[in-house]
Structures are given as C-alpha cells and as structure tokens.
Design a protein around this ligand. Structure first.
Ligand code: AGP
Length: 610
C-alpha cells in the first residue's frame, strides 16, 4: 500500500527517487510524486502511473541532492493531482510522504481547520503536515515538532519528512507500516521495501514501530520516541536485483510462474535430505515439549495466503491430529478468539507486513500464544515479531497476483505439518519416506505442467468470452479452487466463484445454465467419484466443464469438455500441482482480455492498511 522513498547525498536526487519508485510500483500505482530540496522545496506530482510522473518531470528540470518520493494506492480521496503525495504545508516549507492510515484524521482536520489551516486534498496525510506546522509553534526543533505531531496521531504510518528550515536531514518515522533505511557511503536512503535500495546499497536497518531515523549525508541516527538512541545491527541483503527483473518474460507474473520449479528445488534442497528421515527445519524452535501443551492451532492469513493456510489447517488435522482452524485475519481479532499459552498460531504471508495478519499475530502474542510466521520477505515485521520463522525462500515476488509465493506457502504448510506430525509420532518412517520422495519430485512435475503452457493458453483463449466461471473441489481441492477463482477475479476481472463441490446443489446450481463455465478440480483421488457426480449435475444443466485431474484419470475424460492433466503424486501434495494450470489459465485469460496483468486495477501487492 503506497511506496515511499527518500535520498540524501551528493547525487541528483530525482533520478534516484524515480528509479526507487519504479521498483515499488507494485505497492500502489494510481498517482505519484517527488519533492526535492534545493534552497526551497520543489514539488512535482501527477495522477496516474510512474511513467506519467516521468513525463511530467521531463519538463521540470528539478535539481537537488535531497528529496522524497511516493507512489500511491488511494485510501482517502480519489486518485488525483491534489491527493497525490508528497503533501506540503501552506507555507510550502515542509514536504511529507506517508504510507498507512490516520484513523483520527477527521477530528484532527476539524481542529486544524478551526485554527485556520487550509486543506487542499481529501487525504488523511495532509493532516500530518499541518499538524507538524502547528507543533512547530510550541517546540524547539523540527524533530520535536514531528514527535509532537506523531503523538497526536492514531493509526499506522511510515513517514518521510523534509523541511526547508532543516535542510540537511530527512526524518523518517515508523508505526505499523514498513520502512527500511539504506546505508550508503556519503549518502543514505529510506524506502518501503528493499528493491528500491538495491542499486545503491545492501546494508540496511529495518525500522521498528515507534522508531525514528534521522538521515544526514554522512550518518543515520536511530531514536525511540523519547529520543533515546537505538543501536541495531546492520542487515546485509544477499539476494540480487536480477530476481526483481522480468528476464525476457512479458510479465513478472509469467516469469514468477516459470520460476516455481527452481524455487521448489532451492527450498526442498534446504529442508530435505534425500536419505534422511527428518525434515531440516533447524530454524524452527518448536519441539515436543511445546507441542505437548498445544491444544489448538490457529492459522491466520489474508487472500491467497489464507488458501495456503486452509491447506495447512487440513493437513495439521489429518496428519498431525491437532485441532486446527483457519481464520481470515481481517475477521479474526473481532471474534474474541480464545487464545492462551496452549495456543499455537501460524501466520502465513508473502510480505510479512499485511496489517490484519500482523494485528492477529500481535493479539496472539499478547495472550501468551506461540507464533510461527511462514513469510517470504526476510526481515519483515512478522518475521521479526513472531517466536519462530519459517522463510518461504521464494525470492522477491513482484506481480501483484501471487504465484510462486503461494506454492512456497504450500510447501511451508507441508513441512510444518510433517515436522509436527513427526514430533508427535503421527507419521512413521515409511510414511515419511513416501512423503519425502514425493516432495522431491515436485520440481520436475511442475516443469512437466509448464511444458503444457501452449495447451492451457489455447484453452484460455477459447473461453475469453465467458462472463463468469465457477470453481469446485472437495477437501484440499476446494482450497485449490479458492485460489483458482481468486486469480481470475484479480487479473481477468471476471466474476469467479468457488464452492465446495457438494454445496452446489444447496443453492448455487440455480445459476448454472447453457454455456456456464465450470472448473472442476480432481486432485484428491478418494473424493474423485463424488466430485465427478457433481460435475455430471452441472453438465446436465448445460455447463461447459474444464477439469484439472491427475494423469491416469480416464473417467473424467468422458464427462468434461476439456481436461488438463497433472502428474499424480501423494494426496497431500496434489493441491500444489493442480494450481499450476489454474495460474496459467488465469494469466492467459487476463492477457487475452488485454489487462495489465502485473498491476491489476484497484489492487496493491502489500496491504498494510486494515
Ligand atoms: C494474491 O494474489 C493477492 N494479491 C492477495 O490475496 C495476497 O495474497 C494477500 O493480500 C496477502 O498478502 P501477504 O501474503 O503479503 O500477507
């Protein structure tokens, strides 16, 4: 949700900020802007994408070696020039970029209007810039004014602030929105995420909640809200910028789909030894003692990650025999959940920053639960705040629609449930070896599915005129069908709905008519006959059926109009394989309809607001 960048050094700030914003566009892309200090603060912003900002900047000739920039995902007020960041005060001497939501902005805005402040935008952010100006009247330093303003704000924020009266510093503050400080030589940076820094430095500080960074050309000082100095280790980023480039693919999404065999190989090589009867999850501290007291597992996540969590829930129950529930994070904390020291929570997240998931994690920790975070982004807030972390190791995922991170989340669910199952003695050596060998085959099996890309593309093109699509499955296939339907909604903008196959006749079947399209998922052999019966019911009512089934399933051929086969595997793992054709199907439908696959409308990659 919104990307922010800042630069202070000896180089021209504008191109550095624009380059940084390009890598953060996945966080929001409805308007953008930069503010540069050069004796005074110059501001250029525009509605639209970064390329529109670049065009506008083309004529502006902004010079200066300190500045801040922003790419926006609108929360308060439509995408427009006035609502775009940076925001400035009426004296035009303070500029500010913000990621997050100010919850009490209406009260603050009214108070400031009464004091004579003029608002030009509908944003919550503008409140902060006027609040700082007001605080300057009663404080000695610019830092104090920012701290005084921050103390009045409820909500979440990552802020980058510059002032004409404080020309040698960028001040950054963080509360519940990610912020990384890049440490260079004679120059320093702020950014919402690491890719914006990688061209310049690999040395970073992750700012924690209620911490402030004061960036000068030669130094970075970290403080808490009482201005006590905070000492922390520099984190060295090891992954490469190449991972965040398209590498010849038309879209990041397609590149990331094709990266899955490699990602699986890397992850499995780290976790599984082909001759061992144990999973190598050394970094996970959970042990038998801890599990003895666990009487319930909550798996909490949002969107795609919640469908991986759904798989995790089912496996923990089936394989490890622990009562487990999956909760959508945005609902969880308002349900008054029963959490205590006997609760294990597993949060699943690509970004590790999703606001609702993070709130659930914090709630669980407060109530004494033990929290494992299965996250992709190294050093993210969830990774830092959980008791235990299992990194997904999927590499940077840039496309808004998650693909490789979802597969890596599934693998994390497999590994955690196998580990817990082993610790509790519910998986014997023979069962483990069967699972281990099946896991190790996944990368080659994914390659086999990707080799059918052309076939899936043709199938997608055949259905470009569909108005909606139903997805059905049972058990783990239902979890997969949820993800299949979400992909279609996100990038093809078509109405796609997923149902447990047996639920169709309790209502939704009334929607089926001649020409309706239905995707039936048939990865779970033991439920196959039942799902086939449900497919027959919709066929009888005129639906056109595409099935995703395991190789060797001849029965489905006689019923479905088209079948996409995936290699057969252990029942626990089919959910990963049946999803690969779903990803390609959604991708080619979206391409065929001419949509911007990597930056779908209204979405942002990292949802750091509630
Ligand atoms: C996935 O395609 C979506 N863009 C979205 O549902 C995403 O999975 C969700 O917002 C959760 O994000 P996270 O994994 O970063 O927590």
């Amino acid at each position: 949700m919104c990307g922010i960048v800042g630069y202070i050094g000896d180089r021209e700030a504008t191109p550095i900020l624009v380059e940084g914003l390009k890598t953060l566009e996945y966080r929001g892309y409805d308007s953008a802007g930069v503010a540069i200090y050069n004796d005074k603060i110059d501001l250029v912003k525009t509605k639209g994408r970064l390329k529109d900002l670049v065009k506008t900047l083309g004529d502006s000739n902004m010079k200066g070696t300190m500045g801040i920039g922003h790419t926006r995902w609108a929360t308060h007020g439509e995408p427009s020039y006035l609502n775009a960041h940076p925001h400035m005060n009426s004296d035009v001497d303070i500029a500010l970029v913000h990621n997050g939501i100010i919850e009490n902005y209406i009260e603050l805005r009214e108070e400031l209007i009464e004091k004579g402040y003029k608002f030009v935008s509908e944003t919550d952010t503008e409140t902060i810039v006027h609040l700082i100006t007001e605080s300057e009247k009663t404080t000695d330093t610019f830092l104090d004014a920012i701290l005084a303003a921050a103390s009045r704000i409820d909500g979440s924020y990552a802020l980058g602030v510059i002032s004409h009266k404080n020309p040698d510093e960028i001040i950054a503050v963080r509360k519940e929105s990610p912020l990384v400080i890049g440490i260079g030589e004679g120059e320093n940076f702020i950014a919402s995420d690491i890719p914006a820094l990688l061209k310049h430095t690999r040395n970073v500080y992750f700012l924690e909640d209620n911490e402030i960074a004061i960036l000068r050309k030669e130094s970075v000082k970290l403080l808490d809200m009482d201005k006590n100095e905070v000492k922390k280790e520099i984190f060295r980023v090891t992954w490469d910028m190449d991972a965040a480039e398209k590498a010849g693919f038309n879209h990041f999404m397609l590149k990331e789909i094709h990266e899955q065999p490699r990602v699986m190989r890397d992850v499995l090589a780290q976790r599984i030894d082909e001759t061992s009867t144990e999973i190598k999850l050394d970094q996970l501290k959970i042990d038998k003692e801890l599990l003895k007291r666990v009487n319930k597992v909550y798996l909490v996540a949002c969107g795609t990650a919640s469908y991986a969590a759904e798989v995790g829930k089912e496996l923990l129950q089936k394989v490890a025999r622990i009562p487990a529930v999956m909760e959508t994070a945005s609902e969880f904390r308002y349900k008054d959940p029963i959490i205590d020291e006997n609760t294990l929570m597993i949060v699943v997240s690509q970004s590790g920053e999703t606001a609702d998931t993070l709130a659930a994690l914090r709630m669980a920790k407060k109530s004494g639960a033990y929290v494992i975070a299965a996250v992709n982004v190294v050093g993210s807030t969830m990774a830092r705040e959980a008791d235990d972390v299992l990194y997904l190791c999927a590499g940077p995922e840039i496309a808004v629609a998650s693909t490789k991170a979802y597969s890596a989340q599934l693998v994390a669910m497999y590994l955690i449930s196998i580990k817990i199952g082993r610790l509790l003695g519910k998986i014997n050596d023979t069962e483990f070896i069967e699972l281990r060998d099946a896991l190790l085959k996944l990368p080659t099996q994914i390659e086999k599915i990707l080799a059918r890309e052309e076939e899936i593309k043709m199938l997608a093109y055949k259905h470009l005129d569909m108005k909606n699509i139903f997805y059905i499955g049972r058990g783990l296939d239902y979890a997969a069908s949820l993800e299949g339907a979400l992909k279609i909604k996100e990038i093809a903008y078509l109405h796609a709905e997923s149902y447990p196959a047996g639920e169709l006749k309790h209502g939704p079947i009334a929607l089926i008519e001649n020409g309706s399209v239905l995707m039936g998922i048939l990865g779970q052999e033991y439920l196959m006959e039942k799902t086939i019966s449900n497919i027959k019911e919709v066929k009888a009512r005129g639906a056109e059926v595409i099935a995703i089934a395991l190789e060797g399933n001849e029965k489905v051929k006689k019923i479905a109009d088209d079948v996409i086969y995936v290699p057969a595997t252990h029942w626990m793992l089919t959910t990963l394989l049946v999803n690969i054709p779903q990803q390609l199907f959604a991708y080619y439908i979206a391409c065929g309809l001419g949509h911007d696959v990597d930056k779908p409308r209204n979405l942002a990659k990292s949802v750091t607001v509630e």
